[in-house]
Design a binder for this molecule. Structure first.
Ligand code: NAD
Ligand code: IPM
Ligand code: MN
Length: 348
């Protein structure tokens, strides 16, 4: 039987609440299969930092790397908490993992399931995937500030875009579009960000030549937000940079029934490092500890994990159970009740 080594990082806030349900679902769907998950838990996040001063040590990183995959809840404290001012858990932990483990594809599917309470009156079918670049852009930390705190302060945050980094994520997006509805949209801001935008557009045009069956179009990011609300059916695969992809995928979550349903995978397609699966949402300090969080995003992240591991049937079973649960949602349920309802459908 196959053993998959899985690192589990519950994190902060609602992270541990939703990961508990995701783990229950993973255990249930693999109960009678010939794959076993050998789990190692890592206590990382704002809580660990406040206790020990550590964000992510080299030892943690080595231990995490020794796994086949990672599941993460959410990390980060209440925005603006002075006790966390010097920590920057998001950069020191989450982004350090994404960068070190070369998660250059941040895969964020959005689907409007029947019964999901989306805000659009007449949404049509929504089923698209944002392929967000995960290792470059304004996220890399190539910046600095001088004269901090004075009226002459200068603060720079440079967006880093390499031909190597853009080409590999664009290739992934085209291959994904081939397996879907053969439609790819580049989202950028080429009218203003001419240097990076020009390179993204050129690389998309070049790779498009190898995929004559894929229809390619382009939208500026501001216009893309209009279409995501007014005509979301027009999208199949969106490829975009790290920051645009971050913003677009919270919007995509909102139009498909809420951020509590939005799953993601931080993928290292080469398989050199473990890929990491996590909800799109954060630690939600406003509802943490109250069993109010929807664990569905974490559970659908398990479906992405299973698919990534080649466990297609198990993945499809989780997705179907979630789909059935969404179709028949009534009243408000606790985090655990949602997890239990999905598990009951898996066992049925
Ligand atoms: P957030 O996603 O945590 O919360 C935004 C809103 O969505 C809140 O009202 C919250 O209650 C709601 N929400 C989020 N997940 C939900 C769920 N599963 N069910 C029901 N409602 C849900 O974003 P934020 O408030 O900007 O960030 C809070 C903290 O999380 C910050 O420290 C931020 O940096 C961090 N963060 C971490 C990750 C991550 O670990 N991947 C992602 C985003 C934000
Ligand atoms: C996300 C989050 C992260 C991001 C933050 C917490 C670093 O918002 O996963 O979408 O911006 O990528
Ligand atoms: Mn985000």
């Amino acid at each position: 039987s196959r053993v998959v080594k899985l690192a589990v990082i519950p994190g902060d806030g609602i992270g541990p609440e939703v990961v508990a349900e995701a783990e229950k679902v993973l255990d249930a769907v693999t109960a009678n299969s010939d794959v076993a998950f050998d789990k190692t838990r890592f206590s990382l996040g704002a809580a660990r930092y406040l206790e020990t001063g550590d964000t992510l040590t080299d030892e943690d990183l080595d231990a995490i790397k020794a796994n086949d995959a990672i599941i993460l809840g959410a990390v980060g404290g209440t925005p603006g908490d002075p006790a966390l001012k010097d920590a920057n858990i998001e950069r020191g932990l989450l982004l350090r993992l994404r960068f070190t483990l070369d998660h250059y594809v941040n895969l964020r599917p959005s689907k409007l399931y029947p019964g999901a309470a989306g805000p659009l009156a007449d949404p049509g079918e929504i089923d698209f995937v944002v392929v967000r670049e995960g290792t470059e852009g304004p996220y890399v930390g190539n910046g600095g500030a001088i004269r901090v705190g004075t009226s002459n302060e200068v603060a720079n945050e440079t967006s880093v875009n390499t031909a190597y980094g853009v080409e590999r994520v664009v290739r992934y997006a085209f291959e994904l579009a081939e397996r879907r509805r053969q439609q790819l949209t580049l989202v950028h801001k080429t009218n203003v960000l001419v240097h990076a935008g020009g390179m993204w557009q050129r690389i998309v045009n070049e790779v498009a030549g190898e995929h004559p069956g894929v229809a390619v179009d382009y939208l500026h990011v501001d216009a893309a937000t209009i279409f995501m609300v007014s005509n979301p059916s027009r999208f199949d695969v969106i490829v975009t940079d790290n920051l645009f992809g971050d913003i677009l995928t919270d919007l995509a979550g909102a139009v498909t029934g809420g951020i509590g349903l939005a799953a993601s995978g931080n993928i290292n397609p080469d398989g050199t490092f473990p890929s990491m699966f996590e909800p799109v949402h954060g630690s939600a300090p406003d509802i943490a500890g109250q069993q109010k969080a929807d664990p569905t995003a974490a559970i659908l992240s398990v479906a992405l994990l299973l698919d990534h591991l080649g466990l297609r049937e198990e993945s499809a079973r989780v997705t179907s159970a979630v789909e059935a649960d969404i179709a028949e949602r009534l009243g408000s349920r606790t985090t655990t009740e949602v997890g239990d309802a999905i598990i009951a459908r898996l066992r049925a």
